[in-house]
Design a protein around this ligand. Structure first.
Ligand code: A3P
Length: 322
């Protein structure tokens, strides 16, 4: 039987879209927010509208680059690194784009741009065009049609992702960090009913995508970026078709980019200390500790054990190592 049309849908959203959304399975997350399952992952209806518009209306260019991730997995860092890579040698030290805007301002989310059904993309200043997304691989692939765009995915240990997510939710709400909210978020993650989740399906979708199409899909791990940044940055540069020359390597260009994009440096830039997103959130909430294993300080041994069991089951048969 027919479900009710979700609240928050605007009048101009066409009937077909509303019918589609209201026919999807729905559930609620840790916050009581209604989510809809679309192509294997959960999204809130406003985001879903953007995703549907994006899939229908995006006109990809073959040179487009898309940075993809599950939220709180290192997106901001990867955006900064990619901008710095592509912009290297184009700027003096005081007119670098990263000094003038937050990485999220420089690399917009496609599903957010497409909240308006016909966004104007002519003002995208980067060349090649740089976009980002939090949608799962199959959903992105559909939007990119058959265009050979480059997709770079960053993933991170789910325990650190969920603890980072909790801190972020508290920061957005401007509230003290509460254990009870961590527990609710933990349950949502374990059930998989979390915006853009289940985490495992998200990661596995890009992992499979990168195996099937390694030329166009790069699968990076946050922890490896932390332990081996030089190697990973060079890998990214090669994948994007802009490898470092011997001269660049000898003149310290790799280290320069890593320094510019380090958490300490980005966090201390004026634009990130005082700037705000168009929606009002402070830029500074995107920069916290950036430590591997910080979740140990917050999750109980029982919580860790439960997640470990889920990981074991969900990633069995893949070569993904946590
Ligand atoms: P923590 O909350 O564990 O500190 P995303 O960018 O996907 O929202 O992920 C946010 C996480 O990346 C946060 O993790 C944040 O501190 C970390 N981060 C942000 N910028 C970073 C950088 N330049 N280097 C390393 N980690 C960074």
């Amino acid at each position: 039987d027919e479900k009710e049309i979700p609240k928050n849908l605007q009048r101009e959203d066409d009937e077909e879209t509303m019918n589609l959304i209201s026919s999807l399975p729905s559930d609620v997350d840790f916050d009581g927010k209604e989510l809809f399952k679309y192509q294997g992952c959960w999204y809130e209806n406003k985001i879903l509208l953007g995703i549907l518009n994006f899939q229908r209306g995006f006109e990809p260019q073959d040179t487009d680059i898309v940075i993809a991730s599950f939220p709180k997995s290192g997106t901001t860092w990867l955006k900064a690194l990619t901008v710095a890579l592509l912009e290297r040698s184009k700027h003096s030290s005081d007119d670098h784009p990263l000094l003038l805007d937050n990485p999220h301002g420089l690399v917009p989310y496609l599903e957010l741009i497409f909240k308006t059904s016909k966004p104007d993309l002519t003002n995208i200043s980067s060349s090649p065009r740089l976009f980002s997304t939090h949608v799962a691989f199959q959903t992105l692939r559909e939007a990119l049609k058959n265009s050979p765009c480059k997709i770079v995915y960053v993933w991170r240990n789910v325990k650190d992702v969920l603890v980072s997510f909790w801190h972020f939710q508290c920061a957005i709400r401007k509230i003290e960090e509460e254990g009870s909210m961590l527990e609710s978020i933990f349950e949502s993650f374990c059930r998989g009913v979390i915006s853009h989740g289940p985490f495992w399906e998200h990661v596995l979708s890009y992992w499979k995508g990168s195996l099937e199409d390694p030329k166009n899909v790069l699968f990076l791990k946050y922890e490896e970026l932390k332990t081996d940044p030089n190697v990973q940055l060079k890998k990214l540069a090669e994948f994007l078709g802009c490898p470092f020359t011997v001269e660049e390597e000898e003149s310290g260009s790799v280290e320069e980019i890593l320094d510019l994009c380090s958490l300490r440096n980005l966090k201390n830039l004026e634009i990130n200390k005082t700037g705000k997103m168009p929606g009002g959130a402070s830029h500074k909430i995107f920069f916290r500790k950036g430590e591997v294993g910080d979740s140990k300080n917050y999750l109980t041994p029982q919580m860790e054990e439960r997640i470990d069991m889920i990981i074991q089951e969900k990633f069995r048969g893949s070569d993904i190592k946590f």
